[in-house]
Design a protein around this ligand. Structure first.
Ligand code: CTP
Length: 407
């Protein structure tokens, strides 16, 4: 995605460094346009280094490429953060005396604006009128938040946190092709206790499952996300989403009961969690002590296969998706394992990826094949976990549309 980030002259400009970083890390092509005043707060070098693209404030640079309109024309999204009162006034009036102004007039992309200023300026009738004008034109206004301001005073005027701005920006961009669809997603890795302090677990960070939930919610779905020991940052981004209800679980048994209950009214269930296949036969109430020099033998019993159970009990019209992380390096054998697993568990779709000591887990990127009915590979995608999630939803939306058309 081609994202333009406008930065105007407010102290919150330093926070937008993180915003730009988040977009870059998610794989977007980011072009920063600071105003001259913004450069008092964060310099050009920082923006170039973080965005990995040339940065200028002037309409007179790079004239051969008609930069004053080309950035706006190429943009899929424009985000302005922080947006000062002066910027809001200029934009409401359609002024174009700098590169950010010309870009905004030249773009037809969605525009997200995160105001930041002192409370009095935010509440001034002139600013209120400018905000109303921008809203009427379809500009998405994010915040400001209520909180401590630079002068030590506090009130509405603080720029919304960059992670939240990024989340909202992604929501604005997403197609709304899952509106009204009820989705259940499990994410993370279950842990089976041995005693009050130890457990058997796995390396799943839950990032892929959370990305699946966020993508669905951004596309309009109502999502129940069941998280088992998901990495903190991923869990926080899910919790911020207004269309995601998060439920925390610990063991495979917990996961089974929560997902089972949520699945009853769901249209789509995605089991992205890494579920422990075994638990210890008898959990000790006290910490296991090392009493002899001998080894330790644990008796393990099998956990139920949650995905297979859901598939067997699925109501009419429900789509069931499984994930499979395999250590098989040979592509054909990997797909064959995936085909057998999909069949065995009765899922409609199985997302297969290869994992290893340094692949798949805890990594920002993933590479997957999605196997559908008849063992067909319906999609293959390499990219960020969000891109994989969107590829999965593209497949689910198409499958549900063609089934509805047949019915
Ligand atoms: N799964 C589940 N319940 C289990 C184990 C796995 O619901 N007890 C689900 C996972 O959430 C995932 C899919 O099944 O969607 C595949 O998980 P995987 O661990 O690859 O399956 P296993 O049955 O454990 O296969 P293997 O024989 O490779 O261990």
């Amino acid at each position: 995605m081609f994202i333009v980030v406008g930065v105007t002259g407010g102290i919150a400009a330093y926070k937008s460094v993180h915003l730009v970083r988040r977009f870059v890390k998610a794989g977007h092509d980011v072009h920063v346009i600071p105003t001259d005043d913004a450069l008092w707060f964060v310099g050009l070098t920082t923006w170039e280094a973080i965005s990995r693209n040339p940065v200028t404030t002037s309409v007179h640079d790079d004239v051969a490429r008609v930069r004053h309109v080309s950035l706006g024309q190429s943009a899929d999204l424009v985000v302005v953060a922080p947006a000062t009162a002066n910027f809001l006034a200029k934009t409401a009036a359609g002024l174009a005396d700098d590169l950010l102004g010309t870009t905004l007039l030249a773009t037809t992309a969605p525009v997200v604006v995160a105001p930041a200023m002192h409370t009095e300026m935010w509440q001034h009738p002139a600013t209120r009128a400018n905000i109303a004008t921008l809203r009427d034109r379809g500009v998405h206004i994010v915040g400001p938040a209520d909180g401590e301001l630079t002068g030590g005073d506090s009130g509405p005027g603080r720029m919304t946190e960059p992670d939240e701005i990024a989340d909202i920006a992604m929501t604005v961009l997403a197609p709304k092709d899952l509106a009204g669809v009820r989705v259940v997603v499990s994410a993370g890795g279950t842990r089976e206790p041995l005693d009050p302090v130890r457990y058997i677990g796995n390396r799943s960070s839950g990032r892929q499952g959370v990305a699946v939930a966020l993508a669905a919610a951004d596309r309009g779905a109502d999502v129940t996300l069941v998280v088992a020991h998901v990495e903190t940052e991923a869990a926080a981004s899910a919790r911020r989403h207004p269309r995601i209800q998060t439920v925390e679980v610990g063991t495979a048994a917990d996961l089974q009961s929560v997902v089972g209950a949520a699945a009853v009214g769901a249209d789509v269930v995605v089991m992205a969690a890494a579920v422990s296949d075994y638990r210890v036969a008898a959990v000790s109430d006290t910490k296991l002590a090392k009493e002899t020099d001998d080894g330790l033998t644990l008796e393990l019993v099998q956990n139920p296969d949650i995905l297979a159970g859901l598939a067997a009990a699925r109501p009419d019209g429900q789509t069931i998706v499984g994930f499979a992380a395999e250590t098989e390096p040979d592509r054909e054998r990997l797909l064959e394992r995936g085909r057998r697993k999909r069949e065995r568990k009765g899922a409609d779709l199985l997302v297969v990826n290869e994992v290893g000591w340094s692949r798949g887990f805890e990594q920002p990127d993933n590479a997957v094949a999605i196997i559908g009915h008849g063992g067909h590979v319906v999609a293959e995608r390499r990219g960020s976990k969000r891109e994989i999630a969107d590829a999965l939803w593209d497949v689910v939306v198409t499958a549900r549309r063609s089934r509805n058309a047949r019915e």
